[in-house]
Structure formats: structure tokens, C-alpha cells
Design a protein around this ligand. Sequence first.
Ligand SMILES: Nc1ncnc2c1ncn2[C@@H]1O[C@H](COP(=O)(O)OP(=O)(O)OP(=O)(O)O)[C@@H](O)[C@H]1O
Length: 351
Amino acid sequence: MSQPLLTVTDLACQYGEYRAVNGVSFTLEEGRIACLLGPSGCGKTTTLRAVAGLEPIQAGHIHIGGEEVARPGYQLAPERRRLGMVFQEHALFPHLTVAENVAFALRRESPAQRHERVTQCLRRVRLEGLDQRYPHELSGGQQQRVALARSLAPRPRLLLLDEPFASLDLDLRRALAEELGDILRQEQVAALMVTHDQEEAFLLADQVGVMRAGTLAQWDSPHRIYHAPSSRFVAEFAGYGTFLRGTVTATSAVNTVLGELRGGPLPWPAGTEVDVLLRPDDLLPDPQGTPLIVEKSLFTGPTILHRLRLPDGGTLLCQTSGRRPPARPGETLSVTMAPEQLVTFPLREDG
Ligand SMILES: Nc1ncnc2c1ncn2[C@@H]1O[C@H](COP(=O)(O)OP(=O)(O)OP(=O)(O)O)[C@@H](O)[C@H]1O
């Protein structure tokens, strides 16, 4: 395994008396992409700013490339951390052309080297031919590409991005998120990005950190965040899902109204009532399965999301292919469960 490029250990950041980040630890390896994901105000931007050197830290350490860049009472200046930064607002210089914006951080290189690197970076972000335009002559998406090219040009070892696509419409931001992953991998630069869009994080990241109220709830691959969430909070934040009540059996399976689920060992004794997490794609249409009444079917194009009524009044979400017409409310859909992993949580206290 390669050496961690970024190590954040027990990080705490405070605004006055208010602890915005508390006990956050994670590592990011060379060339890998991570996203910090979480609801508004959970501390994502503060964590990113601490890594950037823009926020003092009250506890813990930050190491980049093995060098300690922050501890309580010490902060290496941002410009000495060899980082690139891209923020939500484009922050391009309006009076400079695209090429001049990208060349801005390359002042120490020879004109020939500068020209070559600017051309290479503009090709990377697919803006060849627009180098003599001014920022106001570009679309929002193109401006963000320039900002990206400009931050990549000096070959930072780590790129920090704070909601870089937030001002763009949904289709464009998803397309750019996917493309950003390709660009970062071609440039072999590691990146840490803040977003509150779960799909954007999943499209882009090797590792996702889900934050909650200043703490890191889970740091894991997108697949594990989705299929093996460590808490109900992560399960609910990481995409559609429903919970099916069941009882743990003596053989570490769970008995539910839809049948028995295996996949233990489970951390609960036999007889414990639990909620089993079921993602919409964990339920498969099956004529031999349990018939459930369709409450609603949402056609998205490639898929249909069905809300199915359980005998106890609860509901489950089931995803099917969009090739068939959506079911009408009141129709029956027979399903079986095939969860990727058996994920159980204690019953919610409020029932
Ligand atoms: N300069 C500041 N002074 C005081 N409190 C702040 C300051 N900046 C942020 N906070 C508070 O710290 C907490 C974490 O803020 P932060 O910006 O890190 O959250 P976030 O997860 O990035 O949120 P968002 O998704 O809304 O950008 C919030 O409660 C916020 O109100």
C-alpha cells in the first residue's frame, strides 16, 4: 500500500467556544480522491480549510507528505503546503484571458515551459481553442474548468475542492464530477472535495467521509458507505433505503415478514428485534416472492422506484428496470430480498 499523502489525526477546530470539528481522523493516499459528505453545517468546509492552512486547529495534527503542517499553535502557511484549491465561486481574474489565468501560478517557469503547461492543462479540461477568451465570455461550467486548469497547472500534490460545481445545474455537475475524476487520475493528483451531493461523491471518490455534527461518522469506499453503513445516520444519508423489522434467530439470521435473511454473524443475541437496511436494489421482482401492494411507482427513465406497502403498514422501496411500464397504485408486485450485505440496527427508540 502506498504511503499516505494526507494524514488528519484527532482534528478539532473551534470558532470561539463552538467546536465545529471534533476528533476527525482519516488518511488519503497518493493519487486518490476523497469526498467529505454531510448535511449543512456538519464541519466539512472547516476540515478542508484546516487542511488548506486557512483555519487554526485546536487539537490533533495534520501531516502532508509526511511533514507536520498543523498542530495546536502551529500552522504552515497555505502557500507552503503545495496545494491547489478550487472553490464554488470561480475566482478567476476577470481582466486576464483564459491562458493568462491558467499561467498565473507558473510565473517562475520559462515562457516556453509555461506555454506548454498551459496548453496541456487546457487540453486536459477540454478548453483548447478558448485560451484567448476572457472569463465573462465563458459559461459557468467552462469557468469552473478554467479554475480547475489553473489550480492543476503548478502540479500541486493535493487538490482541495469546496463544492466546485454547486452553482451549476444538476446534469452539468454530475457530468463534470465524472470528468473531474478522469482529469485527476490523468494528472495523478490526490484530491479532497467537499460536497453535500451523495451521488456526486459516489461518482468521483475512492473514499467517502460522511460527517455528522463535527465528527466523522464513517470513512470508507462508496460501495461500503452504501451497502455497509456503520450507523443509521450514514445509511439514511447515503441514498434511498428502507428498514424492515425482524427478529434475530439462534443461528444469527433475521426473521422478517418477507422471509429469513442470512449473512451473520450478527452482534445481537437471539430474540433481539432489529431493523434490516434494504436498498431499493436489494429487493428483486420475483413471481415466487412475497406479493406486496404498490403505493406509488416513480419512473426515472432507466429505472422505476416502487414504494411497496408492508402488512404492518410500513413501506419498502424497490427498484426495477424502466423497460416495463410503471405499476399503478394498488397493483401487486412480488419481491424477494437479496441484500448485498446484511446490515442491522437496533430498533429506533421512537419506534
Ligand atoms: N467563521 C465562523 N465563525 C463561527 N462559526 C462558524 C464559522 N464558520 C463556520 N461556522 C460554524 O461551524 C459549523 C461548521 O461549518 P462548516 O462551514 O464547516 O460546515 P459545512 O459542513 O461545510 O456546511 P455547508 O455544507 O453548509 O457549507 C457550522 O455550524 C457553522 O455555522
